[in-house]
Design a protein. Structure first.
Lengths: 363, 363
């Protein structure tokens, strides 16, 4: 089996780690025990994911002292109260400094369990086992952990690099269709901001991607992780260049927040946000209409929503202003200035912005 | 005034910062505004300290948007609930990524506000304004922030380096006698583990120290910060050498925890803990009886308690085992092996340890 495993290293000096991707990783006892050498383990998962993979993991890690904490699924669980419950569990099992917290699930579990690992004993080892496409290409790479505050998403958190990331491709085949598609938004984002070759490659493989061909999936995950790892290596704590990973997110977060009851999945909101960011890039004359349409076309081919909800500009500005990326009162936008290239703009003319906010790709 | 300010740099690459010490720093408007250039500020303090210095700070920083949060004093406030309240306040005033949290008070305020700064927006600037000797020589240096868990002290936290430390010597003259003396335990600790010259210097200045001579105080604070800064620079996240800063603390934490109602101040417990750690060092034949007695003599001259409470060995082991410094089930001790030199020992013979736990400096 081992020849089908791909891996890359994220180079961060003493905090460097490897991302492993491939089928069957969560079943392979000897391989898994090598990557998780810890004696005492707290595994955090949710009620959707735990029934699918917890048993096989417990079997594979049978020699270790494995404790598990299963919480309800969903973004609403990323609270200070849940964090406190994980800390309570850590205390109860006496998780030591050289223990590890595993996160079995999507981005919510990874963010929450990662933040618990960042803060228990001022930092214990953290190994995400991402089970969604979004988490495999995005949430598990970069060391961002967080919980939500009633006033906004991810407002409380820490940078805490994982010890390793174990992305089993098999977990993607059982993903609900809508969630899988939403993950593709982040895949496209990586290609758009940093890799024109990946963009071509994706355009040529729309069918395989929609069919979730395992080989194509593993290649895609590793390609995206390589891009993100490179950007993160250059800028570990998000002072500069790393901001380009937020392409589509300033608009996207506003869309997500406006849809209060979770109508929009994160990836869906990012897709519609990227459409607006592309239009902004075009109006700033950084790209032409053809390039904008090409990316929107790829998103449509992969059945991603590209149409943001109608909102008055004041509401947009209010929702975007709540975003963490606001610096000194100015909203920061990520725009693209060519295939595989993105830059930060924090002084966008309000009139231009208003026009963008009223633009629709279908008109 | 500026010629009386001393400062040193803590070298941590991009996270380097300066510690400033001297009289009148919290009154000096132009000097203060240069060190705290932030537009929006959240100041956290407690009910004992705020009445003494908050007004002068508000006057000195009058041009800025300064919000303050005053909480009850005491270790019992280092909870997840209080942390949540500080986050709520950050949200309410919209503290941005480029905002700052100031901690005006002792170690409790510094630990709690520092942890809030470490986690709000995944890290905003943090500037402690320590007002106790303990906080000036210890809590404000090293980047450790934390809250308590019902099962133990400082179990939840993060490493977050301050942007600067502003230690106004004037604040030490109004400190209650007992709290001042407790701070001297950390001063002695620094000398014992790392600086034989400071040890001589302290022995020659017992009178000036007891009289709180301002010049002696400022020199002492800077000498200790220099020692701690050097050790921390070599080992930012406490993987190795930094552990020697815990000299006296393994025993000391047990003493603190056993005295449930706060009978022992941290520094007092550390003093009695150092006496035991010195006896352990002697039994391991790393130092002789004369050196042990010399240090205990200095502590007595400064009126520090050197006598640990009587407890059965099992209770000691239980209380020490709860400490974070436990690795793979073995308790780690810091011992001294000569004037100004300390090492880590994690395999102490149980019989030797039992003898040490029953030893008393007065017999």
């Amino acid at each position: 089996m081992s020849e089908s495993i791909r891996d890359i290293e994220v180079s961060l000096g003493p905090r460097s780690y490897r991302i492993h991707s491939g089928p069957g990783l969560l079943r392979d006892e000897s391989w898994l025990c090598e990557r998780i050498p810890h004696r005492r383990i707290l595994l955090v998962s949710d009620e959707n994911v735990a029934p699918l993979y917890l048993d096989r993991l417990q079997a594979a890690l049978g020699e270790r002292e494995l404790h598990s904490q299963v919480i309800p699924a969903g973004e609403a669980e990323k609270t200070l109260a849940r964090l406190g419950e994980i800390h309570d569990h850590c205390a109860q099992i006496g998780l030591p400094r050289d223990g590890v917290i595993l996160a079995l699930g999507g981005g919510v579990i990874s963010d929450l369990a990662g933040f618990a690992a960042a803060t228990w004993h001022r930092g214990v080892d953290f190994i995400p086992l991402p089970t969604t496409l979004l988490a495999q290409v995005d949430a598990a790479v970069g060391g961002k952990t967080a919980i939500n505050h009633p006033s906004g998403k991810n407002l409380i958190g820490a940078f805490h690099q994982p010890r390793a990331v174990i992305a089993d491709s098999d977990t993607l085949t059982s993903l609900p269709e809508r969630e899988y598609r939403a993950g593709l938004a982040e895949v496209i984002k990586h290609a758009v901001i940093a890799d024109p070759h990946l963009l071509h490659w994706l355009e040529a493989r729309v069918r395989q991607i929609k069919e979730r061909d395992p080989g194509t999936l593993a290649d895609t995950v590793i390609a995206c992780c390589r891009i993100k790892a490179k950007i993160v290596s250059e800028d570990e704590t998000e002072q500069g260049r790393r901001a380009i990973l937020n392409f589509g997110h300033t608009f996207g977060h506003a869309i997500e927040t406006a849809g209060k009851h979770g109508e929009w999945l994160h990836g869906e909101a990012v897709a519609a946000g990227m459409a607006l960011a592309l239009e902004l890039s075009r109006r700033l004359e950084l790209i032409d209409e053809d390039y904008r349409n090409r990316i929107i076309g790829l998103m449509k081919a992969l059945e991603l929503p590209v149409e943001a909800p109608r909102m008055p500009p004041e509401q947009w500005l209010d929702l975007m202003g709540r975003d963490k990326k606001v610096s000194a009162g100015r909203i920061r936008f990520i725009v693209v200035d060519g295939p595989g290239s993105a830059v930060v703009r924090d002084a966008v003319d309000p009139a231009t912005l208003h026009e963008v906010l009223q633009w629709s790709p279908s008109r």
